[in-house]
Design a binder for this molecule. Sequence first.
Ligand SMILES: Nc1ncnc2c1ncn2[C@@H]1O[C@H](COP(=O)(O)OP(=O)(O)OP(=O)(O)O)[C@@H](O)[C@H]1O
Ligand SMILES: [Mg+2]
Length: 407
Amino acid sequence: MRIALAAPLALEDRLLGELRRHGHSAVARCDSADELASLLADCGADVAIVAAAPRYLTGRLLEESDAAGVRVVALVASDAERRHAATLGLHELAAAEGPWSQIESLIAGTMPAPPPPRTGPGRVIAVWGPAGSPGRTTIAIAVAAELAAAGASVALADVDTHSGSIAPALGLLDEAPGFAAACRLAGANSLSRAELERIGERYLSGHGSFWVLTGIGRPSRWPELSGDRVAATLRECRNWVDYTVVDTGASLENDEEISSDLFAPRRNAATIAALREADDVIAVGSADPVGLSRFLRAHVDLVETLLTDRVTVVMNRVRPGAIGPNPAAQVAQALLRFGGISAPVIVPNDQPALDAAVLTGRSLRDISMRSPARVAIGRFVAARLLPEPPASAPARRALRRRPSAAT
Ligand SMILES: Nc1ncnc2c1ncn2[C@@H]1O[C@H](COP(=O)(O)OP(=O)(O)OP(=O)(O)O)[C@@H](O)[C@H]1O
Ligand SMILES: [Mg+2]
């Protein structure tokens, strides 16, 4: 591949070494976006790799690269740079300090074809599960990563008012404004797509990046996530991305029934509002005797709370040690017999991959494509959440999507 570069010297040095090692050649080395823009038409580059700082990445450069048919990949070194690239509508980003494999998959164009532009509003997928940490956050992150890898635009939102943990699980700052800031703006009727992009953090991955609206760092901030605001924020997210995956809390108790003050804030309102706003609900249970009985009891309340009947039951951490031989069949039988639940998704226990994911703040997909838990979640997302692919999917032409298209 013939590559043109525009980056500070230290980054350029690293890129040159990696490019040569991977059989590419550098056809231009520039010190600014303007210099690169004026060369693009004649240098014969297939791809331009640029630093995402304003000096190296400008609207003019993107216009010239479109005209010359050159793809642009930007390398991000800070949140400000990520926002700069997003403002220009460039979402093909990799971390400047990240592994070369991420940059390689972007320049090789091996990202999957983007789905056709969305015509209707985006979908909301709520991930719920009873108390006892069955794996709500794990499944929510993995589902968001699978949807993004399929080429959809995705936001992952943390509305768990008891134990929000998406930010630490993905190594993101939880002092970031996050979902509570979006709720504040929604309450003042001024939440827009542009504000969501300003508030959101971006989880960068060569397999497919996605937005993250982090949760409340301190649980005492729960009153900021009122039911009305959560619902209004999720409605705005529908105009923003193809899929909003929401990590909810466990409790479905409606404090209305125990408090005489009808206007008092309610701690579980965020979870209940997210579940009622959702098009699809993923109900996660832990596949051990205690987890199963908790799940079966709480599932009754879930069904009463929901407005949708598109509920998929995911049994997580399935393992013989906890439930006996042939654990998948045993779990399926128990769900059918005691809860009338059929066709659960079985996600195996996968301690090594999950531990590595949490330790490094990466999605399961970025840790190990072959992890049994990743494979099970990937199959479920393809079969039940993504639209069926058209008979002959067109080859991916341009990696970059403009702000007017679904991003
Ligand atoms: N399939 C799996 N195999 C092995 N470990 C898993 C699996 N799923 C989740 N875990 C581990 O279980 C723990 C709890 O998972 P997670 O944080 O996703 O649960 P949760 O339901 O969101 O809990 P919380 O109540 O804290 O919000 C984590 O350490 C996670 O890595
Ligand atoms: Mg959680």
